[in-house]
Design a protein around this ligand. Structure first.
Ligand SMILES: Cc1cc2nc3c(=O)[nH]c(=O)nc-3n(C[C@H](O)[C@H](O)[C@H](O)COP(=O)(O)OP(=O)(O)OC[C@H]3O[C@@H](n4cnc5c(N)ncnc54)[C@H](O)[C@@H]3O)c2cc1C
Length: 398
């Protein structure tokens, strides 16, 4: 396998760098770095999304008629890596990386024609209603009930850990339409409006005091039958298809390398203020160990991109990526916290728009909160223990 880029690819890389130099405002980079929340603030993510959409570079992997770029796998990789290196804000995945690809793969033509442009333009902001208070890892035991009445469903029940439900106008949900068979049978996939009388959103704060997720209570909420994806009672297969995209890990390696670069700069800055030279040495060894892991993930993600390029869906490799990327993210956040020592102890406000002065260097502000919030990455999207179960079965045949 030749890992060097061709001349055309190198010139594309220059085009991307040039675009980022011109369009990625420094405020977007600093504001997204400043937050400790797991997901980028809506305002910041949507501003970057609009810039990418205007350029036509928002959804490179989608079919051209729905906004895709028809780039090669190498171009997609170069683009995502350069964005990560430049510190571009992470985009919000629920529309672009979850319901969007699902609609393209499993939606009707009417659903695609209506919803896809709205996702790209930011007219709809989506959240995901899978988990319930009694159904997390064991998702198939979900009980939120939908009963069909003519051309609509009436929904009653509760969803939990619903990220950005307080900001979203749309939710895609798994609901129970039949209780008579196995748990996986009798589940249906519905899209519905958040802004209706039967939907109540109750905030849940993270331990770093960020408001990322919520509990959502449905009391006679309504969803039109035309907004069902797949057949009634066959939503489990639809849900599993979506989870493969949710877990595919994107360009995890490149994002991690950019976070590792940040630790390097931090260590250099701190060591220039210390007289003890061993500080730099100790951390450079630890940083190099993380760099090696990130590079290994980069190559794994290239392999997955190449199989997606042949039209495959991500498959069990997505479980592998999810586990590797999130474990590494946690290790990186642990080392960053270790580097700043006792500056990690006080609570620092990282709320969007807050003008609280930082304690210590401005760079220290989000580090402790990020460390705490990143505990979530090995839980959401299916916990890493569940991913290991999937790999044991699907990859190792155990
Ligand atoms: C930041 C964040 C954002 C989220 N956003 C959303 C969202 O937008 N929409 C949504 O629907 N959900 C969301 N979730 C919920 C997430 O999908 C669930 O938390 C996850 O599926 C785990 O479910 P649970 O929390 O009920 O834990 P449980 O299922 O109760 O698991 C508890 C522990 O037991 C382990 N465990 C459970 N079963 C097994 C098993 N069979 N083998 C080995 N170990 C096992 C788990 O790994 C875990 O460590 C989010 C979660 C987080 C943390």
């Amino acid at each position: 396998m030749n890992l060097n880029f061709s001349e055309e690819e190198l010139s594309f890389q220059e085009e991307v760098k040039d675009f980022l130099r011109k369009e990625l405002k420094p405020e977007l980079v600093t504001t997204s770095r400043k937050t400790s929340a797991v997901f980028t603030e809506k305002e910041v993510a949507m501003e970057w999304q609009a810039i990418l959409a205007k350029k036509g570079w928002l959804v490179p992997s989608w079919p051209e008629e729905y906004g895709g770029t028809n780039w090669t796998q190498a171009q997609k990789y170069i683009f995502s890596s350069e964005c990560a290196k430049a510190g571009a804000p992470n985009l919000i995945p629920m529309g672009l990386a979850m319901i969007g690809p699902l609609l393209l793969g499993r939606g009707t033509k009417e659903q695609k024609d209506y919803y896809i442009p709205r996702i790209i333009n930011g007219d709809d902001y989506w959240c995901q209603g899978y988990s319930e208070p009694g159904a997390g890892s064991d998702l198939a035991s979900l009980q939120c009930k939908a009963v069909r009445q003519g051309d609509k469903y009436i929904i009653n029940g509760t969803k939990i850990w619903t990220t950005h439900a307080h900001l979203a106008n749309k939710i895609f949900c798994l609901v129970r339409t039949d209780n008579s068979g196995k748990n996986q049978e009798g589940i249906t996939f519905l899209m519905m409006d958040m802004h209706q009388p039967g939907v109540k959103v109750e905030p849940l704060l993270t331990m770093a005091k960020d408001h990322d997720f919520n509990q959502v209570v449905f009391t006679d909420a309504e969803a039109p039958v035309k907004d069902r994806i797949g057949k009634e009672n066959e939503g489990w297969a639809v849900a599993k298809y979506l989870l493969e995209f949710e877990r595919s890990g994107g360009v995890g390696g490149s994002k991690s390398l950019s976070d590792i670069e940040f630790i390097k700069k931090l260590v250099q800055k701190i060591s220039s203020q210390h007289l003890d030279e061993s500080f730099l040495e100790i951390y450079l060894t630890k940083i190099t160990e993380l760099e090696i892991k990130a590079k290994a993930i980069q190559y794994t993600s290239l392999r997955i991109l190449s199989s997606l390029g042949k039209g495959d869906s991500p498959g069990p490799e997505s479980s592998m990526m999810k586990t590797l990327v999130t474990d590494l993210e946690q290790e990186i956040s642990e080392l960053t916290l270790e580097v700043i020592g006792y500056y990690g102890i006080p609570f620092q406000d990282t709320t969007y728009g807050s003008n609280e002065p930082p304690i210590g260097d401005e760079d220290y502000r989000p580090i402790a909160g990020k460390y705490q919030n990143l505990r979530a990455t090995t839980i959401y999207g299916g916990s890493n223990e569940i991913q290991r179960n999937i790999m044991a079965k699907a990859v190792l045949g155990l």
